[in-house]
Ligand binder design. Structure first.
Ligand SMILES: Cc1ncc(COP(=O)(O)O)c(C=O)c1O
Length: 416
C-alpha cells in the first residue's frame, strides 16, 4: 500500500493509538479489569433519568423524530439550538453572543483537529507555526492531531508545594516567551490529566499575552464551565472575542452522542464552518435534540451544580482519602484535585518508570495511564515525566477502592 504523507502520518500507530489499543486489549484479555485509565464519565442516575426522558419524548413525537433522523443539519449546527446556546451563555455570563458565534461539532475532539490545523503548521510563506501549551502536562488527545510534525510547543510548569501531600502546577510566565512562530495558546480548564484549574489570574495573564501577540487563546472546557461544571472551586469562566471556548456534552454523561460546541468570534466560526462542511458535511443532531430544552431557564447549569459537581467532588475526596490510607509512609504526592475526573499522582524518585508501573498494574487487572504521554510538546529529558500517573475516579466506588489498594501494593513493591 503506497500512502501519502497524510496517509503515513495518520495511519501510523502513534502514541495515542497505541495507548487506546492497549487499553482496549487489556479489557479483552481481562474483562474484569478495573478501568481507571480512560476518560469515561461516571454514571449519575439523575442525569441518566433526564436523558432517558428526553429520548422517550423524541421517539414519541413524530416531528422531532423526523427532524432528528431524516434531515441533514447545516454544517454549523441547527439554528435554534445555536440561538439557545448563545442566549444561555449571554444570560449567564453577560457575553455578547449571537448564534453566529456558535458552531456545533461532532465531538470536541474533531473541533480541535480543525481549529488547531486552521492556525498551526505550515504557513503560506513557508514558515512553521505551533500550538503552544502554556501549562504542560496537557490532554494526550492533542498529541497527534497536527497535519505536520513538531506541531506543539509547551512550557514546563512551576511545581508549587501545598499543604500535606498536595502540589499544584502553575504557569511559569517567566519561561513563557512567545515568538512569531506561535499560532495560538491552548489550555484545558480543568486540565486533563491533572485536575488543575488555572486560576483567574493565570487566565487573565494568558489572555493579555494572546491579545498582545494577536493570536487566539483556545480554552478546552470539556470538564468546565458552565457545564458539566466539574470544578471544585469558584473559578470564573473566561471568554472574549479573542478566545475560542470549546465545550462538550461528553462529560455530562453523553460521550456517545459526539457533540462539541465552539464559541468564538464570527470570523473564526465562519472559517471553522467552511472547514467542517468539507470534512463532515453536517453535524449529528442527537446531542442538540436531547439538550435543547435543558438550555431553557438555565436548567443545564442547575443540573450540573445539583448533580454533577457534587458527584465528582465526593468521588475525588473519597479517592484521595483511600490513597492516603493505602500509601501511608511512602513517597507520594497528589496534584490538588480542583476539577475534572482524574487524580494525578507523583511518585518522586520511584525506581521504576510510570510505563513499567502501568505494565505491572495491567498484569494485576488495573488500568491507569502512565504520565509521560501527557507532556505533549516537551521534548527534553525530565525525570518528572516518568514519575506520574493519571487515575480516573469516575468508575464505581467499589472498583476504585480495590484499584487504589492494588496501585499502593505495586508502589510499595517498586520502592522496596
Ligand atoms: C480535555 C479534553 N478535551 C477534549 C476531549 C474530547 O472529548 P469529546 O470529543 O468527547 O468532546 C476530551 C476527552 O476525554 C478531554 O479530556
Amino acid at each position: 500500500m503506497k500512502l501519502s504523507a497524510f496517509g503515513e502520518k495518520f495511519s501510523a500507530r502513534c502514541g495515542a493509538v497505541e495507548l487506546m489499543d492497549d487499553l482496549g486489549n487489556a479489557l479483552l484479555e481481562n474483562p474484569d479489569a478495573i478501568l481507571m485509565g480512560g476518560g469515561n464519565p461516571g454514571k449519575i442516575p439523575q442525569m441518566e433519568e433526564i436523558f432517558q426522558q428526553r429520548l422517550q419524548s423524541i421517539i414519541d413525537s413524530g416531528d422531532e423524530r423526523h427532524q432528528l433522523l431524516g434531515k441533514y443539519q447545516s454544517p454549523q449546527g441547527e439554528k435554534n439550538f445555536r440561538q439557545q446556546v448563545a442566549e444561555f451563555l449571554k444570560h449567564k455570563f453577560g457575553w455578547a453572543l449571537t448564534e453566529h458565534n456558535i458552531s456545533i461539532s461532532n465531538g470536541s475532539q474533531s473541533a480541535f483537529f480543525i481549529l488547531y490545523n486552521l492556525f498551526a503548521g505550515k504557513m503560506k510563506d513557508g514558515s512553521h507555526r505551533t500550538i503552544h501549551l502554556p501549562l504542560s502536562p496537557e490532554y494526550l488527545g492533542y498529541a497527534d492531531i497536527g497535519l505536520s510534525d513538531n506541531f506543539f510547543s509547551a512550557t514546563k510548569p512551576i511545581i508549587e508545594d501545598l499543604e500535606q501531600d498536595l502540589f499544584k502546577y502553575r504557569v511559569n510566565f517567566n519561561n513563557l516567551s512567545l515568538d512569531n512562530n506561535i499560532a495560538a495558546l491552548c489550555v484545558s480548564r480543568p486540565t486533563n490529566p491533572t485536575g488543575n484549574v488555572l486560576t483567574d489570574g493565570e487566565m487573565e495573564h494568558l489572555d493579555e499575552i494572546a491579545q498582545r501577540q494577536e493570536i487566539p487563546l483556545i480554552v478546552d472546557g470539556a470538564y468546565g464551565l458552565p457545564f458539566p461544571n466539574i470544578i471544585f472551586n469558584d473559578a470564573k469562566p473566561h471568554w472574549n472575542q479573542n478566545t475560542i471556548l470549546v465545550l462538550s456534552l461528553s462529560k455530562l454523561g453523553l460521550p456517545g452522542v459526539r457533540t462539541g460546541i465552539i464559541v468564538a468570534s464570527e470570523e473564526i466560526i465562519q472559517a471553522y464552518n467552511n472547514s467542517n462542511t468539507v470534512i463532515n458535511l453536517a453535524c449529528g443532531s442527537l446531542g442538540p435534540a436531547i439538550m435543547q430544552p435543558l438550555f431553557k431557564n438555565q436548567l443545564i447549569s442547575k443540573l450540573s451544580s445539583q448533580y454533577i459537581t457534587p458527584f465528582y467532588r465526593q468521588r475525588a475526596e473519597q479517592t484521595v482519602s483511600w490513597l492516603r490510607q493505602a500509601l501511608k509512609g511512602l513517597n507520594f504526592r497528589i496534584h490538588k484535585p480542583e476539577g475534572a475526573i482524574f487524580l494525578w499522582l507523583w511518585f518522586e524518585g520511584l525506581p521504576i518508570s510510570s510505563a513499567t508501573l502501568y505494565q505491572r498494574l495491567k498484569k494485576r487487572g488495573v488500568i491507569i495511564v502512565p504520565g509521560h504521554n501527557f507532556f505533549v510538546g516537551i521534548e527534553e529529558q525530565w525525570q518528572h515525566k516518568h514519575e506520574c500517573i493519571r487515575v480516573s475516579y469516575a468508575g464505581d466506588e467499589k472498583s476504585v477502592k480495590i484499584g487504589v489498594n492494588i496501585i499502593a501494593e505495586e508502589i510499595k513493591q517498586a520502592y522496596a
